[in-house]
Design a protein. Structure first.
Lengths: 121, 282
């Protein structure tokens, strides 16, 4: 079973994402900011991270840059999942090492295909 | 809102008369959802009131709007993925050889809804510019609904629509930010055109399509109407052309004009065509 770490400060989004991911047979862990997610990755590296952009303590972008700087250049796969929906943010995310990008709102089909495209579903 | 049987029957009859499609049981439950926007827009209190207006013929344009609302326009880019892999891996390379002298290809996306299938096909060609350099590729998308054809022509999709089926790198390569969402870049729009067309009418001009895609459309037709639609589709194909249907759809037991292409799962060829004879020998 593949593991997914949902990183989002919104309980509601985490709940919705968990519901979709569990239906896709993922084992799901949660973190509410980038710092918590980084700590989680130090002890247990997930197959994929579903990552919000704007969060307190540490943003999704800060988390991603630190994660990739620590030598995790290919794993885990990182899928941004955010309301930052313009070309500039998308390009910045890809340059920082994101593998995919989901713009909120999204549905199960969209997320499933994105996870297939990064090779974890 | 309770919808009476007689209202359901009238709506079913209207849909069938205009499009040949059946209002199947699994679509009847969503009548209210499908028509809700139209009812609010026109200030009509209930579906029964809508039926009264239709029957009285007070607003002739309303029937067309009702039919458009009842159609299932679900689609997304590279829907089901594997059929597009089959095209890219088998059918298009084979056509590149067969049409090398004319360098012309015609593809018909029949029942194209808002156009994502047609633009997905255009991406298959655009992703390999050197291979298709000097070719004239004509991708025609047709749908019975004028509203969706207009949307398809615009090539503009909401952020929700544009990411359904597309990887992010593909999305930012072929779409640009535009008022109302994301618009297909000119290079992607160029080989694609759209027109209103009913599958049960003679095929769109000029015919002679090398590939016809008709996915998740025929399942809404009754057996007899579906057979007529298959005849129309078959008559639009080149003798060595391919038909692609939706997942779960087949020609078996539906028409004598087409048979499965055993080498390419999900593709169908004309029965008795050169292609099908070769495949039988093999």
């Amino acid at each position: 079973m593949k593991t997914c770490l949902i990183v989002d400060d919104s309980k509601v989004i985490r709940k919705v994402a968990r519901h979709i991911l569990e239906a896709l047979e993922f084992s799901v862990e949660e973190a509410s900011d980038g710092k918590e997610a980084l700590d989680h990755c130090e002890t247990s590296m997930p197959d994929v991270v579903l990552l919000d952009w704007n969060m307190p303590v540490m943003s999704g972008m800060e988390f991603l840059k630190l994660l990739r700087q620590r030598g995790h250049s290919d794993q885990p796969k990182v899928v941004f999942c955010t309301t930052e929906n313009d070309m500039a943010h998308i390009r910045a995310a890809l340059e920082a090492g994101a593998d995919e990008y989901v713009m909120k709102p999204f549905d199960r089909e969209t997320l499933h295909i994105k996870l297939q495209l990064v090779g974890v579903a | 809102m309770v919808i009476s049987d007689s209202s359901s029957r009238i709506l079913a009859g209207l849909l069938e008369a205009r499009t040949g499609q059946q209002l199947t049981l699994n679509r009847r439950w969503r009548l209210e959802t499908a028509l809700n926007h139209l009812l609010r827009e026109r200030g009509i209190a209930s579906i029964d009131e809508l039926i009264t207006i239709l029957v009285m013929g007070k607003e002739p344009s309303l029937a067309g709007r009702v039919v458009e609302a009842l159609l299932n326009n679900e689609t997304y880019f590279f829907r089901d993925r594997s059929p597009f892999d089959t095209l890219a891996r088998s059918a298009l390379p084979e056509l590149a050889k067969r049409r090398a002298s004319t360098k012309r290809l015609r593809i018909w996306s029949a029942g194209c809804s808002t156009g994502q299938e047609a633009y997905s096909l255009a991406m298959l060609f655009a992703e390999e510019p050197l291979k298709w350099q000097g070719w004239t590729v004509d991708i025609l998308g047709t749908d019975v609904s004028d509203a969706v054809v207009q949307r398809a022509r615009s090539g503009t999709y909401t952020q929700f629509e544009v990411q359904r089926g597309l990887g992010i790198a593909q999305m930012i390569k072929w779409f640009e930010e535009a008022p109302g969402g994301w618009r297909a870049v000119e290079g992607l729009r160029k080989p694609v055109r759209f027109q209103v067309h009913n599958l049960l009418e003679p095929p769109p001009h000029p015919g002679g399509f090398d590939i016809v895609l008709c996915r998740n459309v025929l399942l809404y037709l009754d057996t007899e109407t579906r057979e007529r639609a298959f005849e129309r589709l078959a008559s639009a194909m080149t003798p060595d052309g391919w038909l692609m249907l939706g997942a779960g759809e087949t020609v078996i037991g539906q028409t004598k004009k087409l048979i499965a292409d055993k080498e390419n799962r999900g593709l169908y060829v004309l029965d008795g065509s050169a292609g099908s004879a070769e495949r039988r020998v093999a």
